[in-house]
Design a protein around this ligand. Structure first.
Ligand SMILES: NC(=O)c1ccc[n+]([C@@H]2O[C@H](COP(=O)([O-])OP(=O)(O)OC[C@H]3O[C@@H](n4cnc5c(N)ncnc54)[C@H](O)[C@@H]3O)[C@@H](O)[C@H]2O)c1
Length: 353
C-alpha cells in the first residue's frame, strides 16, 4: 500500500512513517519543512526504496495536485499543521492558512484525484486532529471526551483544527470523499520538538535552568506515547469505518506539575545533579491566556472497534523519553537555535501575522 503522509518531517508524522515502513508500506512524505520539521527524524528510513520525499506546502494547491498525480497514493494521512498553541496566540494567521486553507486544499486535491481515478474503493483520506477541539473539561474524573462531545475550541490553534475537522466531514457528506478522522490527546516521546513542555523540561533541567510551569501547574492533560499514537493512526487509516471519527488517548491524566515532578524524579535517578534535586528548578510563570483546565479522552471506540491498546505505561514511556533525550544531544542541540525556541511565547504581548 502507498501512503501519502503530510507533515511527515514533524514529531508524529515521522513516527507514523517509521512505523508504516516497518509494516512494508511505501510512503510519500509531503512536508514544507517549516521551523518544526526535522528530516533527521527519518534518517533510519530515508534511503529505503519505499520512501519518497516531496517538499511542498499545503497552502499551494498546484503543488498538491502534482504530488497526487505523480505518486497516486492509496491512502492519505494528513498531519501537516501548525501545532503549537503558544505560537497560535502570537501569530494566528499562520494557523488559519495552514490548518484551515491547507486542509481545504488537501481535500480538493484528494477529491480531484479520487474522481479522476474512478473513485477507487479502498481510497481513504485520514485527517489527524486533536482533543483540543472539544474545549476544556471540568475536574470530575467521570467526565471524558467522547466522539459525541460538542466542539468548543478555545485557542486559535484548536479553533483552526476544529474548522479543518468540519471541512473533512463536509467533504464526506457532500462529495462522498471516503474520510476517517481521529482526535488524540497530548503526545510525548522521542523527536518531540524542543518547544513543547516535556522536552523543554528535560533540556532545561540538563542545562540547570528554570523549569517553567504555566499558572499553578494544575492544568490536566492525558498523555500518550507517540509510537502508540502512530500505531492507532495506522489502524484508523486502514481499518476505520468511513465517515467515522476515533478518539485516541492513553488514559494517563496528569497535572502539569505532577508530570514535571515525574520527569525530575527520573532525571534525579539517571543523571543526578551535583547539588540538590531537579525539582528545585521548578518555577511558576504567568499562565497562558485561555489555558484549558483539563483534557481527558475516553478511547473505548477505538479499543472496542479496532482492538487498539497502548503498548507502554506512562511510567515506561517517560523513562524511554528521558533516556532518548540523554542519548540524542546531536538531534536536539541544533534545534535550540531555531526561531522562537527557548523563548516565552503566547503571552499575547506580541502581534504576529
Ligand atoms: N503533538 C500532539 O500532542 C498532538 C496531539 C493530537 C493531534 N496532533 C496533530 O497531529 C499533527 C502532527 O502534530 P505534530 O506534533 O507532529 O506537529 P509538528 O509541529 O511536530 O509537525 C508538523 C509538520 O507539518 C509541517 N508543516 C507545517 N505547515 C505546513 C504546510 N503549510 N505545508 C506542509 N507541511 C507543513 C511541518 O514542517 C512539520 O514537519 C497535527 O495535525 C496536530 O494538530 C498533535
Amino acid at each position: 500500500m502507498k501512503i501519502l503522509v503530510t507533515g511527515g518531517a514533524g514529531f508524529i508524522g515521522s513516527a507514523v512513517i517509521r512505523l508504516a515502513m516497518s509494516h512494508g508500506h511505501a510512503v510519500v512524505n509531503l512536508d514544507a519543512l517549516t521551523y518544526a520539521a526535522c528530516l533527521t527524524n527519518l534518517a533510519s528510513v530515508a534511503d529505503s526504496s519505499l520512501y519518497a520525499f516531496e517538499q511542498a506546502d499545503i497552502r499551494d494547491q498546484a503543488a498538491l495536485d502534482k504530488v497526487f498525480s505523480v505518486h497516486q497514493p492509496d491512502i492519505v494521512m494528513h498531519l501537516a499543521a501548525e501545532s503549537h498553541v503558544d505560537r497560535s496566540i502570537d501569530s494566528p494567521g499562520y494557523f488559519i492558512e495552514t490548518n484551515i486553507t491547507g486542509t481545504f486544499n488537501m481535500l480538493e486535491a484528494a477529491r480531484k484525484y479520487w474522481v479522476e481515478f474512478g473513485k477507487p474503493e479502498n481510497f481513504r483520506f485520514h485527517h489527524i486532529s486533536t482533543d483540543e477541539v472539544f474545549g476544556s473539561l471540568p475536574s470530575d474524573p467521570a467526565v471524558l471526551f467522547t466522539e459525541d462531545t460538542p466542539y468548543d475550541p478555545r485557542s486559535p490553534y484548536s479553533a483552526s483544527k476544529a474548522a479543518s475537522d468540519h471541512l473533512v466531514r463536509a467533504w464526506h457528506a457532500t462529495y462522498g470523499l471516503p474520510v476517517v478522522l481521529s482526535n488524540c490527546s497530548n503526545n510525548y516521546g522521542p523527536y518531540h520538538f524542543p518547544e513543547k513542555l516535556i522536552p523543554v523540561v528535560i533540556l532545561n533541567a540538563l542545562a540547570g535552568i528554570a523549569l517553567p510551569i504555566y499558572g499553578d501547574g494544575s492544568n490536566i492533560r492525558d498523555w500518550l506515547y507517540v509510537e502508540d499514537h502512530a500505531d492507532a493512526l495506522l489502524l484508523v487509516a486502514t481499518r476505520g469505518a468511513l465517515g467515522r471519527s476515533y478518539n485516541i488517548g492513553g488514559e494517563n491524566e496528569r497535572t502539569n506539575l505532577q508530570l514535571v515532578q515525574n520527569l525530575c524524579a527520573i532525571l534525579d535517578r539517571l543523571r543526578p545533579r551535583e547539588a540538590g534535586n531537579y525539582a528545585d528548578l521548578i518555577t511558576f510563570v504567568t499562565d497562558r491566556p485561555g489555558h484549558d483546565a483539563r483534557y481527558a479522552i475516553n478511547p473505548s471506540r477505538i479499543r472496542e472497534e479496532l482492538g487498539w491498546r497502548p503498548s507502554v505505561t506512562i511510567e515506561e514511556g517517560l523513562e524511554l523519553t528521558v533516556r532518548w533525550y540523554l542519548e540524542n544531544e546531536d538531534w536536539w542541540s541544533p534545534l535550540l537555535a531555531r526561531n522562537g525556541v527557548g523563548k516565552r511565547l503566547g503571552t499575547d504581548k506580541k502581534v504576529g501575522q
